[in-house]
Design a protein around this ligand. Structure first.
Ligand code: ADP
Length: 203
């Protein structure tokens, strides 16, 4: 399977861009969705979380209390490290399985932390959706209604613009309107179809 990794900082326009690829029938595997799915009740990950933190990590209905866990690991780096050690191998395993199941001519792996978490090793090409930090802050605040400080904290935990761009094979510039994305996605889609075909022919 030919895998295109799509990444970008929060509010850069990853979802907007991957939706356009979906219009071409390309399947999108979202690392954030998988990271949530692996913590369902009864899962290996949630069982280990409960063994460490007890019922305070649960909502009354038995689901993981994600907000509690987020705040906990924000305040306790050792717990963050422990949680990453627990979840990263499970997420990688599930990501690979989802990529292998895809039926489209190529598949997209969408992950905000693609570069940070070393997921580029699964990708044949890396596509970065790029905007200036100013625009990233503005669009995120408009979308999520969060404070400037909250956006800042998330951005500080992500790779810098330069670090992401250094990992890019291709870059989509999302500083213009959403309409401006359409020709950029079309051109890359056609390229990825060709590259995927070449890869299949060589397998
Ligand atoms: P990400 O998935 O990278 O966090 P989104 O695709 O959700 O980013 O985009 C962030 C916000 O900015 C969304 O509300 C989206 O509708 C909006 N947006 C994306 N691209 C543009 C654009 N070119 N012009 C204006 N708003 C945009």
């Amino acid at each position: 399977m030919f895998v295109v990794g799509v990444t970008g900082g929060i509010g850069s326009g990853k979802t907007t861009v991957t939706n356009l690829f979906e219009h071409y029938g390309i399947e999108v595997v979202d690392a954030d969705v998988i990271a949530r799915q692996i913590m369902h009740p009864g899962s290996e990950a949630l069982t280990a979380i409960l063994a460490r933190f007890g019922d305070q990590a649960l909502l009354p209905n038995g689901d993981l209390n994600r907000r509690w866990l987020r705040e906990r690991i924000f305040a306790h780096p050792d717990d963050k490290h422990w949680l990453n050690q627990l979840t990263h191998p499970i997420i990688r395993r599930e990501l690979l399985a989802a990529l292998a199941r895809a039926q489209s001519p190529y598949v997209i792996l969408s992950a905000p932390l693609l570069v940070e978490n070393g997921l580029t090793e699964f990708c044949d090409r890396v596509l970065v959706v790029d905007v200036s930090p100013v625009m990233q802050r503005k669009r995120t605040q408009q979308r999520d209604g969060v404070s400037a400080a909250q956006v800042e904290a998330i951005m500080a935990a992500q790779a810098s613009r330069d670090e992401r761009l250094a990992a890019a094979d291709h870059i989509i510039d999302n500083s213009g309107t959403e309409q401006n994305l359409i020709p950029q996605v079309k051109q890359l889609h056609e390229l990825y179809l060709r590259l995927a075909q070449t890869k299949r022919a060589n397998d």
